[in-house]
Design a protein around this ligand. Structure first.
Ligand code: PEP
Length: 250
């Protein structure tokens, strides 16, 4: 039985005051969440602050990225080991904004994935195609390539304590969600691919959907047999919407 995970990616948003209000709003409604695990991924600078605010609150903490390096002269970087010191459980890796805006390759993503695993944290590996790739019929080839980079470096064992998020790039922040059938088709493809290498890992891995998930469309997406939760951008900045999405998994 895979417990649904609803993870919020706050991206480059939030002030101390907004974060305090957002978390107060989530805490006030937390008791109506029955089935899902909740996680939030604030910007690095706020991780210590959010850790304090989450004391005694049943919401996991995650980061939006980490360095591909462990330590050393790498100005501006944050290592997975540092995130571990702040009790982060999850680290988002290979988000399309990292891949496309910051030109992170499949290989860099695979190294970061390995760093996260080596430090005992759980990577949330994002994969997904652009609209052009979808229109050319290349969706599965793109996902295949992105997964193969991880398999090449970490082997199938790398996916043993990991999460995958299928995030069609054209659905992120656009309000244009994949239909439940479109999402399910890709989730099933991912699970089948892993199944060919290791049945148990494929059965147990949680595959989240991300891309304009909202309270109004969450239930239909989460009802699909291979969709095990959501990676939520915009709607995770509104306490009510975020909790309503989690309730859709009840
Ligand atoms: C994301 O950035 O991971 C995401 C899914 O964003 P949004 O929900 O805003 O589309």
């Amino acid at each position: 039985m895979r417990q649904p995970l609803i993870a919020g990616n706050w991206k480059l948003h939030g002030t101390l005051q907004q974060i305090a209000e957002l978390l107060a709003g989530m805490r006030a409604r937390l008791s109506i969440v029955k089935a899902a695990e909740l996680a939030i991924c604030p910007p690095f600078i706020y991780i210590g602050y959010v850790r304090q605010l989450l004391d005694g609150v049943d919401i996991s903490l995650g980061a939006q990225d980490c360095s591909d390096q462990h330590r050393g002269a790498y100005t501006g970087e944050v290592a997975a080991a540092m995130l571990r010191e702040y009790d982060c459980k999850y680290v988002i890796i290979g988000h399309s904004e990292r891949r496309h805006i910051y030109a992170e390759s499949d290989q860099t993503t695979a190294i970061k994935f390995e760093q996260v695993k080596n430090n005992g944290l759980t990577p949330i590996l994002c994969v997904g195609e652009t609209l052009q790739q979808r229109n050319q019929g290349d969706t599965e080839a793109v996902i295949d390539r992105q997964l193969n980079a991880i398999l090449k470096r970490s082997g199938i064992a790398g996916f043993e304590r990991a999460i995958i998020a299928y995030e069609p790039v054209w659905a992120i922040g656009t309000g244009q969600t994949a239909t439940p059938a479109q999402a399910q088709q890709v989730h099933q493809f991912i699970r089948h691919k892993l199944n060919a290498a290791h049945k148990n890992i494929a059965e147990n891995i949680r595959i989240l959907y991300g891309g304009s998930m909202r309270p109004g469309n969450a239930r239909q997406l989460l009802e699909q047999s291979d969709i095990d939760g959501g990676l939520i951008g915009g709607a995770s900045l509104k306490a009510e919407d975020f909790i309503d999405i989690a309730v859709a998994a009840n």
